[in-house]
Design a protein. Structure first.
Length: 218
């Protein structure tokens, strides 16, 4: 039996197995299966999703992994021109951990931090100071109202030089005090140009200012 014949049989059996395992799927140029739908019509495995521009809203393409119809693990988002514009992480279908967003030029715009909540168990245990004894830490059970909440440090960047212009810190959805402030920018002192003649005040004005300063000292 020739190798070509064996290869054709293998391809046929592989395609038949794929058709039995998935309700629908696509093939990459390398022959890998993506965009799989199982018999329950749930997304499974690697997916590539493309959204075209609609009514002025920029389109994008994203790729990542689905587990039982929910996003799981690392996801990347690209502009329709192929520029990386976001790196996201998911758990149970919700954002979890560090997220990064970029301009189409590759400059970091902001870093977000999220915590996903298991929809089956919306309760969580956190360590907080005791109300009566602030120096003592106690466990507290809380119920989350949302499946994903802001938790951790958020940084906002100046895309022209890469410096952080604002930082926010969240604790289970609550912004900590003193964190929602823009970082002050220090103005650069203006240097006098020696080639430009300086304006000279009239003698009467100079005398008035001198007299004013002497009164202030007294």
């Amino acid at each position: 039996m020739s190798r070509l014949y064996i290869s054709l049989i293998f391809c046929f059996l592989f395609s038949a197995a794929q058709s039995q395992a998935w309700l629908d799927y696509s093939l990459t140029p390398n022959g890998d299966t993506i965009n799989r739908l199982d018999k329950q019509k749930k997304k499974q495995g690697p997916w590539v999703i493309r959204l075209e521009e609609v009514r002025g809203e920029k389109g994008y393409e994203e790729e990542g992994y689905f587990l039982d119809d929910k996003k799981e693990g690392a996801w990347k988002r690209f502009s329709l021109m192929g520029d990386l514009i976001a790196r996201e992480a998911y758990k149970w279908g919700y954002r979890d951990g560090k997220q990064e967003y970029y301009t189409i030029m590759g400059d970091l715009v902001r870093e977000e931090s999220w915590k996903s909540i298991n929809p089956i168990n919306p309760y969580d245990t956190i360590i907080v100071p005791d109300i009566d004894k602030p120096d003592v830490m106690v466990e507290k059970v809380i119920k989350h109202e949302s499946a994903e909440i802001k938790h951790g440090i958020w940084n906002f960047y100046n895309t022209s030089n890469g410096t952080i212009v604002k930082t926010e810190k969240y604790f289970f959805g609550k912004l900590e005090k003193g964190q929602n402030e823009m970082k002050p920018s220090i103005p650069t002192p203006l240097k006098k140009d020696p080639t430009v003649p300086q304006k000279v005040l009239p003698k009467e004005v100079q005398a008035w200012e001198k007299n004013k300063k002497s009164k202030g000292k007294g």
